[in-house]
Design a protein around this ligand. Structure first.
Ligand code: PGA
Ligand code: ZN
Length: 416
């Protein structure tokens, strides 16, 4: 079996928002791999730049003219070498020449091709034969912020996490039930509700943050009672979108109020207490390591997760570990670009008891790679929505992985 790379090609496809993105194919002597890049709407300012100037067309040109000649002739299982080359070819910290999404697609397609060349599923190729922990699915059921034209809730995502699920497919069904139940609950609170959804398939009603939380809390309780295990609410505040640096305030336009940093921390702590939240992502803006520290210290039994704060970057996570800011980290491979660096950040998180949460982006493709990454990386949580073809593609892949593992399959160890 040979993973010698023989051909590399790239094309333009469209993502779930209807925007263009890049897909890369890699052919080896004995296999084939392919990967397409997702993209964000509420991006962190320290993320890799998604595309070079000139967009997807320019990215394709870079793959064909710059990347392909360098990696044809290498072996697809030399991941670190390929990723080092991509860094060298780009020459910038944030991949602004080639584009983070271009790097994402090449790097992941290489891994995909290597796995295929050895006749292994990607999660086994990357994680070894012991990779058998299934992540808990964290899903967005109500949302607003930048994913719903700023017209729904100020808080970007109201999430559910089926913490008591005995196995993965039961967890997925629980989330779907909660999503469905919420349609009826919301209809009673918002008479103007048309069943509209945001970018990630979450309902986007015209309600206050508190009304949304009440609704999600009661849907979780009802469904937990029906299915016999616990499902708990969570939030992605995406607070950088609310933060106005000049005013030094978080502005809740829909709710018609502002909070300074101290008030924001108290507000989030109140919500954690009142609604038994088990997960809070980006409760403070992307440079507030100190605020994250204070909130993490004061909140009990809750994951305090950094997305825009850490941007899957090993240096930013190291800083957070030193200051004890947060206890969980979003892992979005295209924030950093290469698979090697994504694993480095995930490994550092695991070694320091930060919970890695492997995550989709709001603009997705039907690719299932992140399902494999979550199992290979032993991530206790995967955040990938509840409904919508591009979201359930990942969830259904994990159902298949669970089935293929048979008796070895078990839920990850999630300590909250
Ligand atoms: P995205 O953000 O729009 O950048 O993908 C989703 C999130 O904030 O988790
Ligand atoms: Zn986020």
């Amino acid at each position: 079996m040979s993973a010698l790379i023989e051909d590399v090609s790239a094309r333009k496809i469209i993502n779930s928002r209807g925007d263009p993105t890049i897909e890369v194919d890699i052919t080896t002597v004995d296999g084939f791999g392919s990967a397409s890049a997702p993209s964000g709407a509420s991006t962190g300012k320290a993320e890799a730049i998604p595309f070079p100037e000139g967009g997807v067309e320019e990215a394709i040109k870079k793959v064909e003219e710059l990347v392909a000649p360098e990696i044809i002739g290498l072996y697809a299982d030399e991941q670190e070498e390929v990723d080092r080359l991509l860094r060298e070819l780009d020459g910038t910290e944030n991949f602004q020449n080639i584009g983070g999404n271009t790097v994402y697609a090449v790097s992941l397609a290489v891994a995909d091709a290597a796995a295929n060349s050895y006749n292994l599923p990607l999660f086994k190729y990357l994680g070894g034969s012991l990779a058998s922990d299934l992540p808990f699915p964290l899903g967005n059921v109500v949302g607003g912020g930048k994913h719903a034209l700023g017209k729904a809730t100020d808080i970007q995502e109201f999430l559910v996490l089926p913490v008591g699920a005995p196995y993965f497919s039961a967890a997925v069904e629980a989330n779907a039930k909660i999503h469905k139940k919420l349609k009826d609950i919301i209809r009673k609170v918002d008479s103007t509700f048309t069943g509209g959804k945001g970018d990630e398939g979450a309902w986007a009603p015209n309600v206050t943050n508190d009304q949304a939380l009440e609704a999600v809390f009661s849907a979780c309780q009802e469904v937990s009672g029906e299915i016999g295990f616990e499902c708990k609410p969570g939030l992605d505040v995406a607070a950088s979108s609310l933060w106005e640096p000049k005013k030094k305030n978080y502005v809740y336009a829909r709710d018609g109020l502002s909070r300074d940093s101290g008030e924001q921390i108290d507000y989030i702590l109140d919500l954690i207490e009142k609604y038994s939240l088990v997960y809070v992502e980006d409760p403070l803006h992307e440079d507030d390591f100190q605020g994250f520290k204070e909130l993490t210290q004061k909140s009990r039994r809750c994951l305090v997760c950094g997305d825009d704060l850490f941007v899957t970057n090993v240096k930013r996570l190291s800083k957070g570990i030193k200051t004890r800011s947060g206890n969980a980290i979003i892992i979005k491979m295209n924030q950093v670009g290469t698979l090697t660096e994504t694993w480095e950040t995930t490994k550092l998180a695991l070694e320091n008891s930060y919970v890695p949460v492997v995550s989709h982006r709001s603009g997705e493709t039907a690719s299932t790679h992140i399902a494999h990454l979550a199992v290979a990386f032993k991530a206790p949580v995967i955040k990938t929505g509840v409904v919508g073809g591009e979201r359930i593609a990942k969830l259904n892949e994990l159902i298949r992985i669970e089935e293929s593992l048979g008796e070895k399959a078990r839920m990850a160890n999630l300590k909250i």
